[in-house]
Design a protein around this ligand. Structure first.
Ligand code: 5GP
Ligand code: ZN
Length: 113
């Protein structure tokens, strides 16, 4: 997906501050952090969002959720963190490549909407 921002970050065409990488997952710092720690965890395969998770690709999502606690531990988020994925227009998804926000480093608001 040459016109996808996160595919271009994976390809190295757009720089990012990487915090984790393996064969299937990349994690990097959000360019506009909403908390002291704000990391995006994405699959290297282009999946448009949570609505596009299927039995065919859910193993990638499972792997992402294995990696998330490792990143949180490496970032020192021992007091907790939040994992968020916005899906679709009503949720405010702006990049249509599946991503999970890791937010932490301070007491987070409980506001849901
Ligand atoms: P969404 O709004 O789709 O849930 O999340 C997209 C996120 O990507 C936003 O938090 C936004 O700040 C982040 N973002 C957008 N463009 C870039 C970029 O070029 N580099 C990085 N590191 N983050 C980006
Ligand atoms: Zn993509």
């Amino acid at each position: 997906m040459s016109n996808c921002l996160f595919c271009r970050i994976i390809a190295g065409e757009i720089p990012s501050t990487k915090v984790y990488e393996d064969d299937t997952v990349l994690a990097f710092r959000d360019i506009a952090p909403q908390a002291p720690t704000h990391i995006l965890v994405i699959p290297k395969a282009h999946i448009s969002g949570v609505s596009a998770i299927t039995g065919e690709n859910s193993h990638i999502v499972a792997h992402i959720f294995e990696v998330i606690p490792q990143i949180a531990a490496a970032e020192g988020l021992s007091q907790g963190f939040r994992v968020v994925s916005n899906c679709g227009d009503h949720a405010g998804q702006t990049v249509h490549h599946l991503h999970f926000h890791i937010l932490g480093g301070q007491q987070l608001s409980l506001q849901m909407a």
